[in-house]
Design a protein around this ligand. Structure first.
Ligand SMILES: NC(=O)c1ccc[n+]([C@@H]2O[C@H](COP(=O)([O-])OP(=O)(O)OC[C@H]3O[C@@H](n4cnc5c(N)ncnc54)[C@H](OP(=O)(O)O)[C@@H]3O)[C@@H](O)[C@H]2O)c1
Length: 302
């Protein structure tokens, strides 16, 4: 039995699909109070990573925990320190308590406990907690992810839909990214179950191309069949422009501006070296942005 925390997120949905399609028994930690359609063919435990009791109950009889629950923006009672840091500490403690033999998490390239950026700092602290746990862990330290429900292409698509004629690009659009398709990341999570070289390791991962933000924006415009002139906003003005754009749906949050403020790439070929398959190039997996896109029926319905 594999327990997945954060199963309704962009990565969580792909991981649950991948695991159930391969015949694994899957249990989900379903965030309390949040309304999503419950998938079929999985068992569901309501809970919250801030609540130890729910974690301990959900881990009974589990062989692997895939921990993906986190927040990308602070709102109300949801603070990075509580969800991303203490939540991960709780997951580690519950894994120990329930004697679960394996823990897999997805971290972020650029996340460090001493980062100046609050979100990345919290993810860096979470990673340190997992590394110091003494458990048989793997942290897949991932580049930015793209696929249905991601934040990056959703933002670019939304800005191009809502802002006429121009597309403002934070940090001049020069930030280097290495987008990895969510389906490939999910395949890596599954392969961690059996790939011994990932045991007790932090594994940096990225897609097969290093692309600048402006390249990703151009791909998004091409697939959505929109023409926009790039306005390359210098870093010194990025926050002001983001404030202006916040009146449009899908505006960038502080966290996302953080995520675009410095290059976040790793070895090209990391997926192939560690997991033995070639990840998809970005232009081949952007169908979900086409105006006439019909999502395929999923083996797991959300
Ligand atoms: N997306 C990327 O580009 C990327 C890149 C590298 C690493 N990562 C990391 O990979 C992990 C998964 O990313 P994602 O993009 O799938 O995230 P996401 O779309 O933001 O989803 C987060 C998930 O966590 C759940 N959650 C939030 N607060 C919770 C709580 N207190 N208790 C239990 N569950 C809670 C959410 O459920 P509700 O929606 O119901 O609250 C949702 O299922 C995160 O740790 C993220 O930092 C993401």
């Amino acid at each position: 039995m594999i327990l997945v925390t954060g199963p309704t997120g962009c990565i969580g949905r792909a991981v649950v699909d991948r695991l159930t399609s391969s015949g694994h028994a899957v249990r989900l930690l379903w965030h309390w109070g949040h309304e999503h359609r419950v998938p079929r063919r999985v068992s569901v435990f309501g809970g919250d990573v801030r609540n130890m009791n729910t974690l301990v109950d959900a881990m009974e009889g589990v062989e692997t925990v895939v921990h993906l629950a986190s927040i990308r923006r602070e709102a109300g009672a949801d603070r990075y320190e509580d969800v991303n840091v203490s939540g991960t500490r709780n997951v580690v403690e519950a894994v120990k308590h329930a004697k679960v033999p394996r823990l897999i998490t997805v971290g972020c390239l650029g996340a460090e406990a001493r980062s100046a950026f609050p979100f990345l700092r919290s993810m860096g602290k979470a990673e340190e907690i997992v590394r110091a746990s003494g458990l048989n862990f793997t942290v897949l330290k991932s580049a930015v992810v793209f696929g249905e429900g991601d934040w990056l292409t959703a933002w670019l698509e939304s800005i191009s839909r809502n802002v006429p004629f121009v597309m403002p690009l934070p940090h001049r659009g020069d930030t280097k990214l290495q987008p990895i398709w969510v389906g490939d990341l999910a395949a890596c999570v599954e392969r961690c179950l059996t790939t011994r070289s990932t045991f007790r390791q932090v594994v940096p991962l990225g897609g097969p191309q290093s692309l600048m933000l402006s390249d990703v924006a151009a791909l998004t415009l091409k697939i959505t069949q929109r023409k926009r002139r790039f306005v390359r906003v210098p870093s010194s003005l990025t926050h002001q422009i983001a404030g202006f754009l916040s009146r449009f749906r899908g505006a960038l949050t502080e966290t996302e501006i953080e995520a675009l403020s410095y290059n976040r790439t790793t070895e090209i070929g990391s997926v192939h070296r560690v997991f033995g398959f070639a990840p998809a190039r970005m232009p081949t997996k952007l169908d979900y942005l086409r105006p006439d896109y019909q999502p395929p029926p999923l083996p797991v319905q959300f």
